[in-house]
Design a protein around this ligand. Sequence first.
Ligand code: ADP
Length: 610
Amino acid sequence: MSIRAKTLLIIGSTLTVLIIGMYALSQIILLESYVQLEEQTMGRNVQRALNALNDKISVLHSTNVDWAHWNDSYEFVDDGNQDYLDANTYDGTFILYGLNAMLFVNADNEIVFSKGFDLENQVEVPVSESLAQLAIDPQSPLGMVDAEGELIVNGVGGLLMLPEGPILAASTAILPTDLSGEPRGRLIWGTYLDETSLASLAEQTQTSLTLLGLDAPAFQDIDLQGIGENYVALHTPDSHIIYGSSLITDIVGQPAQWLQIDLERSIYNQGQTSLSYFLLLLFILGGVFAVATVLLLERVVLSRLAHLHQSVANIPNDRNLSPHIEVGGHDELSSLANAMNTTFESLAQTQERLKQARDHAIEASRARAQILANVSHDARTPLSVIVLRVDMLKKELYGPLNEKQRSMLDSVLASTKQLLGFISNLLDGAQLESGKLQLRKAWFSPTKLSDPIKDAFLPLVSHKGLALNTTIDEGLPAQIYGDSERLTQILFNLVGNAIKFTQTGSIDVHLRCISPTHWQMEVRDTGIGIAPEHQGRIFESFWQVDGTSTRLATTGVGLGLSIVKQLTTMMGGYIELKSEADKGSVFTVVLPFEAAQGESNVRAEVRVNN
Ligand code: ADP
């Protein structure tokens, strides 16, 4: 993934996480606080409604007390005078106090006077039977007797649940104005808590009020005994309306009804709207932030980084090792580009120097090979002439020789042949190095390799008292295709070394077939051997084991094995060495069977059978 894509991914995912996080937090914190605000508002409204109801009860009760503790009422309940009735119980009194019922009960619990009134239609109606029954019952809540059976002088006021509906009732003992003397009964007032009075309460409190029974479905799970005085039951059926209900108790403090008010969820919905705006703003700001960040990053970092990357990536295609990368600005990126430019420049300079050095080395090597080839070639001609002439002298073609002269000529011949061999090696080495040496391949018999060895080395071997054995295995084909002269050269080098570095014992030359595809020439001696640490280097040009015993034995310059290895490799083979100091060495040249051009590769067995 490119850095640009990674950057976009990081900014995008960070922003998404941020928005999701903000959304979750605002849901929890903001919306929750709106909900709390809504509940508090609802609580206040419910409390206002309750206060209004309690005010209504207390006004009813206090007026009722005024009337009951009055000399006129005291006399009336005793004598039932018409004047009192005419002056006080006319319809206007009911309308003024909002009364539905008025009952005078004497000390014998008999109703002296009662009047019911329909406030809506403003007509007199009978007092309800259930209220009348409660009024004459001294044990009822309207009897005004407390738990100890004592009269409650200031009476009672509160809610009563009658079969026809809830009623706000007040009952006070009838006494003289100065409260002296025995009570002559009780004065009972009642105001039904019907739709009309609820509507007036609602208007007063600017709320919408409903009375619900204790068994209403919404409150079935509420434990009525366990709730406190200020408990408000909240109910939100949907996102538009919220209901808050408070339990109201009757005149004796028993749970009687739920007073419920409903409100539109304007606060909650306002919260939702604010939240939506907030999120929208968050999205817009987030988007603007992301775009601005990406653009700035693109301008300040990414495009320059991409340019830097492209410039470096193009270097192999342009083949220009000293490009000038320009990224602009003054920061780490431009410093990096400058550092890279400096590195490229020094790399290009180094490469140029290396190229020049290589050209010089190639030129020098070519010149050296050429000089060597020329020198070797030019030196071989006179040396061959010397050998020829010495040979003719030895054969006494130019007169008889005495012993001393013959011995001198032998010495001249030996030294000249040695020099000739050295020059031949130099020439071969130079030709191999310059790739000019050509193999001349033809069919030949393996004996062509073994026979010259004996001819050439037997006098030397006998002189050193060594044995020289040559063996050709039967499995080896009668004819082998290859350059017999170069193979002979390989064998001469190996056998020459073996004789050179062996004082006692034998030298064994063994030609054998080792597989249908390969054959080998093995030269084994019982000489001084080669220490393991030298074995890896003896095939290098001009390398010799540095030691007294070797130095004494050697007359070469360290080219022989190098030429052997190069020739073997040219022929598609390889050379192996096994040697142990003071025990002897075994050099094995492994070669593939080759086929002459136009012939198929001939297997060893087939040729043996022929
Ligand atoms: P050189 O002309 O000195 O013989 P070669 O390349 O043929 O050069 O051999 C390199 C060195 O390897 C020799 O100088 C000698 O130290 C070691 N060497 C080669 N053949 C033998 C051997 N058969 N036994 C012991 N040492 C050997």
